[in-house]
Write a protein that binds this ligand. Sequence first.
Ligand code: ZN
Ligand code: ZN
Ligand code: ZN
Length: 610
Amino acid sequence: MTTPTLPAPTAGSGVEPRPGSRAARLRLPKALDALKAMAAEYGVCIRPVTLRRTDLETGLTEVIDLPCGATREDKCPSCAKRALRLRQVQIREGWHRTDEPNPGPDPATEEQKALIRLRAHLEFGRAQAELASQWDQVAEIDEAIAEVEEAIAAEGLRGRIAPPHHREDQGEEQPARRRRVRSTRRRQDVPDLPRQKVDPRTVGRVYTAPDGRTYQPSMWLTLTLDSYGPVHGVRTASNGRPIPCACGRMHAPDDPIIGTPVDPDSYDYRRAAWDAVHFPRLLDRYWQNLRRAVGWNVQYAGCVEPQKRLAPHAHFAIRGTVPRAMLERVAAATYHQVWWPHADQPVYTLDQLPAWDEQARAWVDPDTGVPLPTWDEALDELDADPDAQPAHVVRFGPQVKAKGVTAGSKDADRTIGYITKYLTKSAADCHPATTDAQREHLDRLWQQLRVTPCSARCANWLLYGIQPKGAHARLRPGACKGKVHQKATLGIGGRRVLISRDWSGKTLADHRADAKAWVRALLGITTTDQDQEQEQSAPVAWEMARPTDPDVPPLEHRLLRAISARIQQRQELQAARERAAGAGPPPNASATTPGYPIWKEAPSGTTADS
Ligand SMILES: [Zn+2]
Ligand SMILES: [Zn+2]
Ligand SMILES: [Zn+2]
């Protein structure tokens, strides 16, 4: 042995690794990570989208970074924080309005236009696939179309863009589709609630104090789902005295066992999964019922997030006041029925699945070869049965929390923070699992979500012996791409932010523009009409730039420049703020605090940042 012998470091001795050793090198923070962390600290987007702008007159090109616009912290902390602040501004501005927003029909937003363009491309692709008899592809495109249409509806466009396609690839002519009458015949039973004509008024009642001063308070509300079995928790009696948990012990508030089932075997994971998937519809129905019950157009803004037991619940700011008893009564009487074929027990398992019969173009039983009922056949059977029950009924739990809040109070701001607390996290990251009990609880819920049907087209229907709508050869039960099946969502797919139409009378883009105008006003920058005209008339072309393009600097260089620009901008803003101190807030700063967000300006005065 020629290597010098040194005493070997004993594992776990807590001794610093030898300088220059591999262990010591691994301890150093990675430079790029440190750079990204600093970018996040300064609110600089860490994964900017690069666009190339070409001036068509001079041929000069410029590479411009735009913020990625992510809403989740784990993707981009800076953009997520910005999105969160924007939502908070939106909630604040709508909450205590004393006048009607009366926005009239909005023009389509940029997001909506982008979705319509995407829908157009899919329509084009579908027609081409149909011409080429690529039925697999047609089915795939149909799925994408359904998804896009869902997104369009979620973006708040009323009605549908185009009627659905009829599939002509089934060999024989399809009977003319008749609209299913089930929705009218077997309506949601009318809950036992007052029913009034809904007045278009959206602002709350005004209260006058004996001294003549008037108050127009607002509320916040928490709606929770039902119990699926006892979970560990901190309990108190009605007199505030602590009482033991269902397991007989007293838990500390930070005990990681809190929220996990006392008896995992009897915890109803199936109902928990179905409830989570259909929770948004239940919330829609709640607002519908509440408006009818109180007779005015109640407005709300809120967020859906998981509780510690991983079931979703929702916090809402409500404009105006509704008696607490009424909020509770409506919650008790509201339910959503899912009129799908029954799916209580799987008929097949992930190891023993139905088979695709190419000749019959249908999924068949693997033993008998008999085709499974199609989606339409299953629904026909449901329609024909006068005693049919819905596949699932979602209801709220008994816990309804409601509280009055006065505009401008400390409570109001704290509540907005509370409502939006988890907005930048994916559902599963809201309460990270750190113990076996938590990990097992999460896993059992996810195993159930994996096999829960998410829509009429979900591959999981095969497990329950039914061919989903638009069935095709490539369906894989347990591997449906629907969001609710992903572990990170806990079944809360898509809509985490719920804001009613006449909330602030502004779109998110309006709020963003307000914020920019405020910063510009503070900095004394005025965009003259001339500038704008010039910008609009200059013929420019935009295209996406790839990171490998020679004119795109490395990400590190772009981040460094952006951090420097941000530091300078902050200093300018701070100086402007000091100059303006005592001069009163600028005109656009209504309902804002000194911590008002700063919006990244794209270089050379362009305003494209969406
Ligand atoms: Zn970003
Ligand atoms: Zn317990
Ligand atoms: Zn699915």
